[in-house]
Design a protein around this ligand. Structure first.
Ligand code: ATP
Ligand code: MG
Length: 397
């Protein structure tokens, strides 16, 4: 394995944390990076120094994988060398090669940490001088360079690079607790799930299968969303529970005031997810609800929906415009170009945009909710997505 080239991974927000928390975050992040590289059967060597991670191996592939790992701000493919000014300058000259030509606007960005004997300004000058000997007449432009090179003198060695692959940011997956997300066939909830994962939350999905009340493509689309989400937590399972909601729809549409159908429906989803969260010890429920998107997502109706569940209901895309959500969905791969029929058959012509908890609770009295929720939970089948593949969990495993 070549050791003169490595991927350097930069981590976000660590400086906000205390030393013990930093340590814990690094441990989780390193574990996630290893799992992702192992999932691709790569041969690699990993080193960690003061909040920086260096990975040796097939650097192109490693950089692409690392840049998808939550908590990674960016990744750079670096030339590594000794940490003296001379060695760093010689390495920089090699890297610059033919990328720099006379007349080009150019900048050297230098950093130095725990290395004595020169300042970062001196290092920048030494590097620039060495490059000038090879490619004279470049124009130093620190504000608007056409090409820039980064050099770092660290106690563990020198690093030279000229590119940054932008990562996802966020926090390492597994550092922010566990949430159960209402995961549908739509655009919003997979994006909400991804945003939660990016913030370090381990997410499990609950898909409520409306049976004859839902379009035929619905279940497959929801499972496909889970499958795609699993590519964002390589080496880990992304589980999704598929719950039969048809009996609820049938009972509710026969018995309750149809104007409030969507509110009954969402409260039932929250309660069922809450019951499953209780069984699985999840800290919160999440959804792809979005302020003002549909009748059930007015602020008044969200209050009534929120009252159905005691856990916090996290709504990461609450304030996003649809276009913003779609842009993320496209980027993360959950946007289906031609999704097929996933429409709901129970939506009334004029769904109520306002309701009150008392009114809705009185209507719900007409239903045997306890039994319906129990039966819904009992109907749950578990699907497991891992590394972009999904299958139903066998009962004896
Ligand atoms: P779209 O992206 O088209 O808006 P959606 O799934 O977001 O689809 P909404 O009616 O806006 O549909 O639902 C609000 C939220 O309720 C969803 O983001 C999701 O969290 C949850 N939800 C809706 N339908 C289901 C379902 N069948 N199973 C699980 N959760 C669902
Ligand atoms: Mg929606």
């Amino acid at each position: 394995m070549e050791t003169d080239t490595a991927v350097m991974v930069r981590i976000g927000e660590l400086w906000l944390k205390s030393e013990p928390v930093k340590k814990q975050f690094m441990t989780v992040l390193m574990r996630n990076i290893r799992a992702a590289l192992d999932a691709k059967n790569l041969d690699y060597k990993l080193e960690e120094y003061r909040g920086r991670i260096l990975i040796y191996g097939d650097v192109e592939r490693i950089a692409a994988i690392a840049s998808r790992i939550f908590g990674v701000v960016d990744a750079s493919i670096c030339k590594t060398c000794g940490n003296s000014q001379e060695e760093i300058a010689a390495t920089a000259v090699c890297l610059v090669g033919r990328k720099l030509s006379s007349g080009m606007r150019f900048a050297v960005r230098a950093r130095r940490q725990h290395v004595k004997g020169f300042t970062s300004q001196e290092l920048a000058r030494t590097v620039a001088d060495a490059i000038w000997e090879r490619i004279p007449d470049f124009v130093v432009d620190l504000d608007n360079p056409e090409y820039e090179i980064f050099v770092e003198a660290r106690e563990y060695g020198g690093l030279v690079y000229d590119d940054r692959i932008v990562g996802q940011g966020g926090l390492p997956l597994g550092t922010s607790g566990r949430a159960m997300i209402l995961l549908s066939a739509g655009i919003d909830s997979p994006v909400a799930a991804w945003l939660m994962m990016r913030r370090g939350v381990v997410v499990s999905g609950v898909f409520m299968d409306g049976g004859r009340w839902a379009g035929p493509a619905t279940k497959d689309l929801a499972l496909d969303n889970a499958r795609i989400l699993s590519t964002w937590c390589p080496g880990r399972d992304f589980t999704v529970r598929v719950v039969n909601m048809e009996p609820f729809f049938t009972a509710m549409t026969e018995t309750c005031d149809r104007h409030y159908t969507c509110i009954f429906c969402k409260r039932f989803m929250m309660r069922t997810a809450g019951a499953l969260a209780e069984q699985g010890k999840y800290d919160a429920i999440a959804s792809g609800e979005n302020l003002g998107q549909v009748a059930s997502q007015t602020i008044q109706n969200m209050r009534v929906i929120t009252a159905s569940e005691e856990r916090p209901i996290l709504r990461p895309i609450l304030t996003y415009d649809k276009e913003e959500t779609i842009a993320i969905a496209r980027r993360i791969g959950t946007f289906h170009e031609s999704p097929g029929d996933s429409g709901c058959r129970a939506v009334p012509k004029k769904p109520a945009t306002r309701s009150s908890t008392d009114l809705i609770a009185a209507e719900e009295e007409k239903l045997d909710l306890v039994r319906l929720i129990e039966e819904a939970c009992a109907s749950a089948e578990t699907w497991i997505a891992c590394n972009g593949k999904i299958s139903k969990k066998q009962l004896n495993t």
